[in-house]
Design a protein around this ligand. Structure first.
Ligand code: FAD
Length: 290
């Protein structure tokens, strides 16, 4: 079950990201939460991978569980930055043994204080893409992209040139970092196509439904927020129910606008919250089927 077939199909692809547990004691509760998200019949699901490989085995275990239980394609995230070639090969063997055919190939974030990229087995995601292709050319591989530029890049032009290296190495699609202003996506898409990158650019949408999430999310993603987002948080941030509702509506509106203007693949960062994913999916009933 290849994710790219869903992304490229004529029907709009609406997919969900979940995260795995960090520790064994949380495994059952996170698995249950991920299954609730899976029960909403997304077109595919992705499972993140902890920086430094901390949750690697759980990524595969959760992804395998979702694939078997719901018979949907799953995308296992895999990062390479502090891994050896041997470690990555072991991961690839585990992914293959679990029957998973799709990998989101990531560099991962540099451990704090490290600058010695050149001493590592992998410096960039494109090298991981090559490694995966070398291991098994049958894997469907995706990569990450950044409508507001990756924070380490000196310019967006350079960042997009580097993105092209991932695609040339074998990425069949790219999923965006979250963004809260669709104009940022459109401007990015124009430049990406201009640079000769023709793979699908899946729009990653994060519903921000509580005020604590706002600061953390914006700091981690580096995303800019438009005034209407700021006003929403100002007005509803102090009222959890209202903030949840407003965040769901905000994400829904973003998705409606993206689809209305031709985007056919949306990936929702669910944060393992099935109730929020379900409300957004219900809001889109009718729209997703066109
Ligand atoms: P790369 O594509 O390697 O790019 C990293 C930087 O290096 C960029 O600035 C790029 O311009 C530059 N660069 C790339 N190639 C070259 C080159 N050949 N020469 C010079 N410079 C180059 N992190 C996790 O730990 N786990 C996850 O599950 C996870 N999931 C994610 C999902 C999505 C959709 C996104 C958008 C991000 C995700 N991340 C995840 C975060 C990601 O690991 C970080 O953003 C990381 O800093 C960059 O990873 P990358 O794969 O984009 O790196």
């Amino acid at each position: 079950m290849r994710v790219i077939d869903k992304i490229r199909s004529e029907k709009i692809s609406f997919s969900f990201e979940v995260f795995p547990p960090k520790t064994a004691d949380k495994f059952e509760s996170i698995k249950n939460a991920a299954e609730k998200v899976g029960a909403l019949s997304p077109d595919f699901m992705s499972v993140t991978y902890g920086a430094g490989g901390g949750t690697s085995e759980y990524t595969v275990a959760i992804a395998k569980d979702l694939q078997n239980k719901f018979n949907i394609p799953v995308l296992a995230h895999l990062s390479c930055i502090s891994s050896t070639k041997e470690g990555v090969r072991k991961q690839l063997e585990a992914i293959k043994a679990a029957g998973i055919e799709n990998i989101l190939a990531l560099r991962g974030d540099l451990p704090q204080g490290s600058e010695a990229l050149e001493n590592w087995d992998y410096r960039y995601a494109s090298e991981l893409v090559k490694e995966i292709k070398d291991f098994d050319p049958g894997f469907c591989i995706g990569g990450a992209c950044y409508p507001e530029c990756h924070p380490e890049s000196s310019s967006q032009k350079k960042d997009i040139e580097n993105m092209k290296k991932k695609v040339d190495a074998g990425c069949e699609f790219l999923t965006t970092q979250m963004f809260f202003d669709n104009n940022i996506y459109w401007n990015f898409l124009y430049k990406v196509r201009d640079a000769g990158i023709n793979v699908p650019i899946v729009a990653g949408i994060m519903p921000v439904t509580n005020v604590k999430q706002v600061e953390r999310t914006l700091k981690l993603s580096g995303a800019q927020v438009p005034l209407k987002f700021k006003y929403m948080v100002d007005k509803f941030g102090g009222n959890p129910e209202a903030m949840k509702q407003a965040g769901i509506i905000y994400a829904t509106e973003q998705i409606v606008d993206l689809i209305a203007n031709g985007v056919t693949a949306i990936h929702l960062y669910t944060m393992n919250k099935a109730d929020i994913a379900e409300e957004i999916k219900n809001n889109l009933k009718g729209i997703l089927d066109i």
